[in-house]
Every structure is written in structure tokens, then in C-alpha cells.
Design a binder for this molecule. Structure first.
Ligand SMILES: C[S@@+](CC[C@H](N)C(=O)[O-])C[C@H]1O[C@@H](n2cnc3c(N)ncnc32)[C@H](O)[C@@H]1O
Length: 225
């Protein structure tokens, strides 16, 4: 497939999955007991080792090659910005700047977000900003449980507070995500289409250059309900 010819996820699922809200309610009502892996604890410690315990925290969850983490760190020099991805290969890919010019207020760690998010919550940490940018859509009907909003860990995200932003190129994903989040926080979560004149991530650039609509949901979890 050529660069600017990326496709919107193709799915037999044309709208919100029939099981979505049942699944989210089940996750909300049952504790998620999966043990935390040691390598994720180590990654968590590493992520905070350069933090001064004062700077507001930004999490770039599923940062991929981390261009967005770098951009966020440059835009928010007084914040500590953490980029997390499970792919060591993506994290290691060449950055738009030499190492010496990378912002000092950021760190990249390889970890599974299923554990990393829970470690943040267990430590009682709160985020100022939280980005979930172009998560894998898992568009097959049978893969609902792999989408973040239908995964048991999703109930942890509201506990982390801050301004939570999700972006995707699949309308069904943003519809499901906002419904699921709305169920957890007890208020409607709006979504919108948007233009990306300055793409924040490589996926955003690719989708934009392919002429696809982009969707996002931004919610301030600390705002009164
Ligand atoms: C479609 S890519 C988007 C990457 C980046 N946000 C962007 O927009 O360019 C999704 C990313 O999520 C990461 N990811 C998926 N599941 C993950 C998990 N359980 N823990 C950490 N990262 C995960 C993948 O490795 C991949 O880099």
C-alpha cells in the first residue's frame, strides 16, 4: 500500500457493538485481577525516575515512534511527559531530532499499558493530560474486547484524571469509546471530527494525507459533572 493510500478500518461492524455497554458495565462492577508483570513495574519506576515529583504529568499512551511525545514535551516544558509503547522497535526508531536535542522533560518506556495504567492508579498519581492517539482499532466484530474501551483496564482511565484525549480514524471506535467512557464517568462525552494542519503523530499524518476523516474526543475528567 502506498503512503497516502491508507484505508479506513474495514469492518462488518457498522455501528456500536451490541455487547459494548454490557461489557463495560461488567468491567466496572468486577475487579480486574490480572497480576502486574515485573517488567512493567521496572518500566514504571524508570518512567518516574527523572520526575521531580512536582511537574504535572502527561501520558502519551501507545506513543509508537514517539513523535507526539516529543512534540508534547516541547509544547509543555514545565510538564513531565511519559511516552509508553509495548514495541521496543517503534520506540527505538529514528527521531526527528538528534538525541542531544530531545527535550529533557520526557521519557520513553517500553511497557504494556494494561499494567502501566494500573500502576499509575495504584500509586495514586494523577495526570494533567492523557493522550490515546490512534489506538489499534481491532475492527473485527469478534475483537471487541481488544479495543481499549471494551478491555477491563479501561475502568482505570477515569481514575487518572486530567484532560483525556483519544483520536482515531474509525468513527465506530470514537462512538464506542465515548459511550463507554460516558458510562464510567456518568456524563455524556462528546466527539467531533477535526482537521490536523500539523499532525501530531505519523498515523495522523498518514490518515490525513489519505483524505480520511479524523475523529477525537476530549474530556476534562476533573471538571464537575
Ligand atoms: C496504531 S499505533 C499508533 C501509534 C501512535 N500513537 C501514532 O499515532 O503514530 C498503536 C500503538 O499502540 C501500541 N500498543 C498497542 N497495544 C499496547 C499495549 N497493550 N501497551 C502499550 N502499547 C500498546 C502499539 O505498539 C502501537 O505503537
Amino acid at each position: 500500500m502506498s503512503y497516502a493510500n491508507s484505508r479506513i478500518p474495514v469492518s462488518a461492524q457498522q455501528g456500536v457493538h451490541d455487547d459494548l455497554l454490557r461489557q463495560v458495565a461488567r468491567h466496572r462492577d468486577q475487579p480486574f485481577r490480572k497480576p502486574v508483570a515485573q517488567y512493567n513495574r521496572a518500566a514504571f519506576d524508570l518512567a518516574l525516575s527523572g520526575w521531580d515529583n512536582q511537574a504535572p504529568l502527561i501520558l502519551d499512551a501507545g506513543c509508537g515512534v514517539a513523535h507526539s511525545t516529543i512534540a508534547l514535551a516541547r509544547a509543555h516544558p514545565a510538564h513531565w511527559v511519559i511516552g509508553v509503547d509495548q514495541s521496543a522497535d517503534r520506540l527505538a526508531r529514528r527521531k526527528p531530532y538528534p538525541d542531544a536535542l530531545l527535550p529533557k522533560n520526557m521519557v520513553l518506556v517500553r511497557a504494556d499499558l494494561v499494567d502501566f495504567w494500573r500502576l499509575l492508579a495504584l500509586a495514586g498519581l494523577r495526570l494533567a493530560k492523557h493522550y490515546v492517539l490512534y489506538p489499534n482499532p481491532w475492527p473485527k466484530i469478534g475483537h471487541l474486547g481488544r479495543r481499549w474501551h471494551a478491555h477491563p483496564v479501561f475502568t482505570t482511565l477515569p481514575q487518572l484524571g486530567g484532560v483525556l484525549e483519544c483520536r482515531t480514524n474509525w468513527q465506530v471506535y470514537i462512538e464506542e469509546y465515548t459511550l463507554a467512557l460516558g458510562l464510567l464517568i456518568g456524563r455524556a462525552v462528546p466527539w467531533e471530527t477535526f482537521e490536523a494542519p500539523t499532525p501530531l503523530t505519523p498515523f495522523e499524518r498518514k490518515y490525513r494525507d489519505s483524505g480520511q476523516p479524523l475523529y477525537r474526543a476530549v474530556v476534562d475528567l476533573d471538571a464537575p459533572g
